[in-house]
Design a protein around this ligand. Structure first.
Ligand SMILES: Nc1ncnc2c1ncn2[C@@H]1O[C@H](COP(=O)(O)OP(=O)(O)OP(=O)(O)O)[C@@H](O)[C@H]1O
Ligand SMILES: [Mg+2]
Length: 265
């Protein structure tokens, strides 16, 4: 079943077209990777889904549906119940996921209070369970402030927070770019486990085709504001049709030669 359907989406900044005619569909349980050169419009597209476009960027045509709901018809108040619950985000800047001067536990609590009617005790046990699920020392992390955790730990906590309400769609915009490659692989592995448990759809933006091959069942390639190619990951990587996709793949020789494995030291 389709979770997200984007039809003919065009976004402009004044007279300049930033993304054009985007068509994208993500089903329950899909992990769709969006790749493409810097500035091609990946983040603009993904922020438009959650209603996060800055004021100066305008959706000039097209529609975005989540389930049966046309997201562009939502009022700001309705967005508050959608964000975090139906759609959640994980960003590259994991520090940005948390406010610096509030403990992680307090931030989980705030989020759960906004969306659920659970008792204080139940909220805490839910948060601890969720932190535990992403292999964090739950009690300690719950009491910690963001600056007391490592980047990898913070990104795990961000994944826990993003999945605790079982969203239909999880958008991860370069979630591991700021992490070393081994930590990145572990964090993505965790994201994959969380996805399996919740069966949410994932929109994954990355520059790393090895991660695309390993985690995404579908992919779309963007260039200059347009999707130039999309399909099943195995098919696109094996038989790229567009010259730009071919160039992207050719730029990573190791993609063909090595089968990446998670290294445990
Ligand atoms: N607030 C804004 N005002 C004007 N132009 C913008 C704004 N935000 C983004 N753009 C432009 O939109 C285009 C797409 O940017 P976007 O951030 O989506 O690229 P991207 O594919 O995510 O790149 P990267 O891989 O570097 O993150 C760029 O030309 C960018 O300069
Ligand atoms: Mg971006």
């Amino acid at each position: 079943m389709s979770v997200l359907t984007i039809s003919n989406l065009t976004i402009k900044h004044r007279e300049e077209t930033l993304v054009q005619n985007i068509r994208l569909s993500i089903n329950e349980g899909d992990w769709l990777a969006l790749v493409g050169e810097s500035g091609s419009g990946k983040s603009v597209t993904s922020s438009s889904i959650g209603g996060l476009l800055p004021r100066e960027l305008i959706i000039s045509s097209g529609s975005i549906h989540l389930g049966g709901v046309n997201l562009s018809s939502l009022k700001e108040k309705e967005w508050r119940t959608y964000r975090g619950k139906a759609i959640s985000y994980i960003f590259q800047d994991y520090q940005g996921a948390f406010t610096p001067f509030m403990s992680i536990g307090a931030q989980f609590d705030e989020m759960l209070k906004t969306h659920l009617n659970d008792s204080k005790q139940l909220r805490k046990s839910r948060a601890l369970e969720c932190l535990n699920n992403v292999n964090l020392p739950a009690e300690r992390v719950y009491k910690s402030y963001p600056f007391q955790l490592s980047g990898g730990q913070l990104q795990r906590a961000a994944i826990a927070m993003a999945t605790i309400l079982k969203p239909k769609l999880l958008i991860a915009d370069e979630p591991t770019t700021a992490l070393d490659s081994i930590t990145a692989a572990h964090v993505l592995q965790l994201l994959a486990e969380q996805q399996k448990q919740t069966n949410c759809a994932v929109l994954f933006i990355t520059h790393d085709l090895r991660h695309v091959r390993k985690f995404a069942n579908k992919m779309a390639v963007m260039r200059k504001g347009e999707i130039v190619e999309s399909g099943m990951t195995t098919a696109v990587l094996k038989h790229p049709k567009h010259a730009y996709t071919k160039a992207l793949i050719a730029a990573i020789p190791s993609l063909k030669q090595t089968k990446e494995r998670l290294v445990t030291i």
